[in-house]
Design a protein around this ligand. Structure first.
Ligand code: PLP
Length: 435
């Protein structure tokens, strides 16, 4: 094992774990009075949870980064190694991507100046969408300001109160919100349970003609496992349903050339009706897309609310995405290192006897299951003392008793980063053994 530098928290970071709100926490978190704006069950529950964490210096959320987000960054000027970042390919700050964003600002300025349908379409958006469709192997791709918007656009513009949406239990929140917005009858099926899904499809189709949309994530953001895509395509074809695949955590990160779940599972992308995704994960930008047939793009340009009523993707972000697609193809070493480091992360956790969900290693998301919320927050705080930033994910983002550190491998992690992580995890185990 390489020698590691163990840090203690600087006073600024330690303060953040107790008093993160730029105002005294006890005052901010005073229980809402009856009739107040915040006198809701959700607010009471959240304030209690935040109060418990801050009282013990276990609040490791919203750590203010004072440098570029990457495998090695800084929180309030304290250097940290980041093990929960979305930057799977380690491309934030890649010279070609930075230069493309800067050139776009020089040419187009900082805003497209409108919504896409009216005055906000740039030549750059069109180049980007052509390139995205080529990259994905689909007939078209339409871009949005975020992946959240893209999911709203895809589902709410195409489905309505007479339709059914069947969502995997762990499908992302934006997909569930989109289903609510559409007004369709919405149900969840047990995670990756093809038998239950098939039973529901059979029931619904026997009741008469219905438009049914099956909604899954390619890579599940909190589990790290993959959707069984070939089987889902076969089911949707058998029952005449439609399939939406959210590729947010798969795009650029899995498959031999980073094309995502279709490539990783040998599915023709044209057999999936709607492919959506965020451009803020492996791609160091922000934005989202909906890909599908050529006609789908024309429909979304005129019929999807986020395209017609919300500002277009910024020039800098558009250019960063476009250049990233080229970098992924020109420099396959990033993806290769990501896949190597994913294997390394899984081996490290397994060798330490830690608990991972089945299927870990098929994507860069490798959750370390810790169980109850306090234990999860405690490990995140101990790791932070080692200079390691991680995300403690608790209920309601995951089921009760399934708290976890959402660890992620990236292409930018080095041997020294893994040595530090190993030392930090061993220290967590030792501190628990003493308690
Ligand atoms: C599966 C999934 N879909 C959609 C989104 C939303 O993407 P964005 O952050 O670009 O709005 C996320 C974000 O975390 C996600 O994990």
């Amino acid at each position: 094992m390489t020698a590691v530098d163990v840090q203690r928290l600087t006073p600024a970071v330690a303060d953040h774990t107790r008093d993160p709100f730029r105002a005294p926490t006890v005052e901010v978190l005073a229980p809402p009075q009856p009739g107040d704006l915040l006198d809701t069950r959700t607010a009471h529950g959240l304030f209690e949870q935040i109060g418990c964490a801050t009282a013990e210096g276990l609040y490791t959320y919203q750590l203010p980064l004072s440098q570029r987000a990457s495998a090695r960054t800084a929180v309030l000027d304290q250097p940290v190694t980041m093990f929960s970042s979305y930057g799977y390919l380690g491309l934030n700050g890649h010279p070609r991507v930075d230069a493309a964003a800067q050139a776009a600002v020089a040419r187009y300025g900082t805003t497209p100046g409108g919504v896409r349908l009216l005055t906000g379409t740039l030549q750059l958006h069109q180049e980007l969408e052509t390139e995205l469709a080529r990259f994905l192997g689909t007939g078209s791709a339409s871009t949005y300001a975020s992946g959240y918007d893209a999911n709203l656009a895809a589902i709410a513009s195409l489905f309505g109160p007479r339709d059914h949406v069947l969502l995997d239990q762990y499908a992302h929140r934006s997909l569930a919100d989109a289903a609510v917005l559409s007004g369709a009858r919405t149900e969840r099926f047990r995670h990756n349970d093809l038998a239950r899904l098939e039973a529901r499809l059979a029931d619904l189709t026997s009741e008469g003609p219905a438009r049914i949309l099956v909604v899954v994530d390619g890579v599940y953001s909190m589990e790290g496992d993959l959707a069984p895509l070939p089987e889902l395509v076969a089911l949707k074809q058998r029952y005449g349903a439609f399939l939406l695949l959210d590729e947010s955590h798969a795009f650029g990160a899995i498959g031999a050339t980073g094309r995502g779940t279709c490539e990783a599972t040998g599915v023709d992308p044209r057999d999936v009706d709607l492919i959506t995704g965020s451009l803020a994960k492996a791609v160091p930008s922000s934005g989202g897309f909906v890909a599908g047939s050529a006609a789908l793009q024309v429909f979304l340009q005129h019929g999807s609310a986020p395209y017609v009523f919300s500002g277009a993707l910024s020039p800098a972000n558009s250019a960063a995405i476009l250049e990233t697609l080229r970098v992924v193809d020109d420099e396959p070493g990033h993806l290769r290192r990501l896949h190597e480091n994913t294997g390394r992360l899984v081996r490290l956790l397994t060798d330490l006897g830690l608990d991972l969900p089945p299927g870990s290693g098929s994507s860069p998301v490798v959750p370390l299951l810790l169980g109850d919320s306090r234990r999860t927050q405690q490990w995140a705080a101990w790791l932070l003392e080692f200079g390691i930033a991680t995300s403690a994910v608790l209920h309601p983002a995951v089921p009760h008793g399934r708290g976890r550190l959402r660890l992620c491998a990236t292409a930018a992690h080095t041997e020294a980063d893994f040595a530090l992580l190993e030392a930090g995890l061993r220290a967590c185990l030792a501190r628990e053994a003493l308690a």
